[in-house]
Design a protein. Structure first.
Length: 309
């Protein structure tokens, strides 16, 4: 399944106030990485190909890329800039794997220090390593390592493709799963939110086995788009996004997005900061990625149905 995701990347960003960095140096943050990466060893590997061309992760301890940056603005001033795209582009590395697989890290980290003492931590995670829950767990264990706490168990081997498997003989071709097809833009055809919710709840299909069959049929060589092949909904409310701690301080805000989304778009639902929302529950943060020519219509729908946007 992870091979089907090789064109997708997760980009995460964590914001911390100055208290989180009291007494901490960059070396204090980097030093625990040795034990951290030792537990999540696949994240330090590099992609290779078998003789048949099937990609796999070689665990050769090549490491991740760590970037340190400085910003002349305070964290508060930075967050007042109403350009989420600029936030993410400048604070999160946007490297992709290739063209030299042997020299392409699967994980990039960027520590940006603001003039007030606050920091942001940007993560670039190749989806071939695992899903968003795996990436969040990976980041949370960094905080545990810094606090000299017991690390949780590493990612299950089923979650990381570190060993090439012998592919079975080709079977009779079947239709690709709907979730990996490329289709034309939805244009003016908008479903009523209630109808859409009923479809998601009552007519959902698990196509993971079909996607895995597609990958096996061509030995992992095909390039597939999963997020956005059709309008895709990803629920990350169960992910512990605020579990990364520096100096016992949780981030004030955490955001995640997916790169490599197809033409039909993606709706990402994240938990909000715990001190916000109704009764301090945190609420929800919804990130919507759609083609530019659909943005105006989407805003119109949101304004009419929910009085927002």
């Amino acid at each position: 399944m992870d091979l089907a995701m090789k064109l997708h990347y997760l980009r995460g960003i964590y914001y911390f106030k100055s208290q989180a960095m009291d007494g901490l140096t960059t070396m204090d943050i980097k030093e625990p990485m040795f034990s951290w990466f030792n537990r999540f060893y696949a994240t330090s590997g590099r992609l290779r190909r078998t003789e048949s061309g099937r990609p796999y992760i070689k665990c050769n301890d090549c490491g991740a890329r760590f970037i340190e940056a400085h910003c002349a603005k305070t964290l508060e001033e930075w967050l007042e800039i109403k350009d989420e795209e600029a936030h993410e582009k400048l604070l999160v590395p946007h490297h992709v794997i290739g063209p030299e697989l042997a020299f392409s890290p699967l994980v990039f980290l960027q520590l940006t220090k603001f003039s007030c003492g606050g920091v942001s931590v940007g993560l670039s995670w190749a989806h071939i390593l695992g899903d968003a829950f795996s990436a969040v767990e990976f980041m949370n264990e960094w905080g545990h390592a810094m606090a000299a706490q017991q690390l949780a168990k590493p990612l299950k081997s089923a979650q990381i493709n570190t060993k090439p498997k012998t592919s079975p003989s080709p079977t009779t071709p079947t239709n690709d799963p709907v979730s990996t097809k490329r289709v034309g833009p939805v244009g003016d055809h908008w479903a009523h939110p209630k109808e859409l919710a009923e479809l998601v709840i009552n007519q959902a299909l698990d196509e993971r086995p079909k996607i895995e069959d597609v990958v096996k049929r061509d030995n992992g060589l095909s390039d597939l788009i999963v997020y956005g092949a059709n309008l895709t909904f990803v629920d990350l409310e169960g992910a512990d996004l605020y579990g990364l701690e520096f100096n016992g301080q949780k981030p004030t805000y955490v955001g995640y997005k997916v790169d490599g989304v197809g033409e039909e778009g993606l709706v990402l639902v994240l938990p909000g900061p715990k001190n916000e929302g109704k009764n301090g529950s945190g609420g929800k943060v919804v990130t919507i990625i759609v083609p530019e020519n659909q943005v105006v219509e989407l805003k119109s729908e949101l304004k009419r149905e929910f009085s927002i946007a």
